[in-house]
Design a protein around this ligand. Structure first.
Ligand code: FES
Length: 170
């Protein structure tokens, strides 16, 4: 058992994205020198580098978490946490793209005035993209506040976003 297994929580055991991250870490043979490449992959998978993910990578590579945080905060291309109250991550991987991920994004930009990589002006919603959430069978997939939902449509995503916006203004 590698050290990554030791820190597996319920979330990391059931979230397929951690499996895909594991595969990448394995491909780099757990080399500490591959930290940046591995963080890249993690950001692709999760949309941003949340705390759990950084700790997971640190354990996997047997690096002190402070080192991983240091690297993640040093490079501008890494985003540590979305600043919005809610987070919506639209998968733009191949399977989701083919099933209409672009229409979901375009609709959000037009109707809710939120652009990928940005947080809404009222600070309610951060919209991010990821490349393959490991849920291709239910493409197009979108993660709403950490929950992966499949078979999304531009309308279903917009409805949920509007619900968040209404909650935030009430
Ligand atoms: S491409 Fe979207 S979940 Fe795999």
């Amino acid at each position: 058992m590698n050290s990554a297994s030791a820190v597996k929580t319920k979330n990391t055991a059931t979230d397929k994205r951690f499996k895909m991250l594991d595969a990448t870490i394995k491909r780099y043979q757990y080399q500490q020198d591959a930290l940046i490449e591995i963080l890249h992959k993690a950001q692709e998978l999760f949309g941003y580098l949340e705390n759990d993910v950084l700790v997971y990578v640190a354990h996997s590579l047997k690096l002190p978490p402070s080192r991983v945080y240091g690297v993640a905060t040093f490079y501008h291309l890494f985003s540590l946490a979305p600043s919005g109250v809610h987070t919506c991550v639209v998968c733009t991987g191949t399977a989701c793209y083919v099933k209409g991920a672009q229409a979901i994004l375009t609709n959000l930009e037009k109707s809710a005035h939120i652009h990928a990589g940005e947080t809404s002006a009222d600070g309610q919603i951060s919209l991010l993209t990821a490349r393959c959430l490991g849920a291709c069978g239910i493409a197009p997939a979108v993660v709403f506040d950490g929950t992966v939902l499949g078979n999304q449509t531009p309308e279903s995503v917009l409805d949920r976003i509007k619900g968040w916006l209404q909650d935030g203004s009430s």
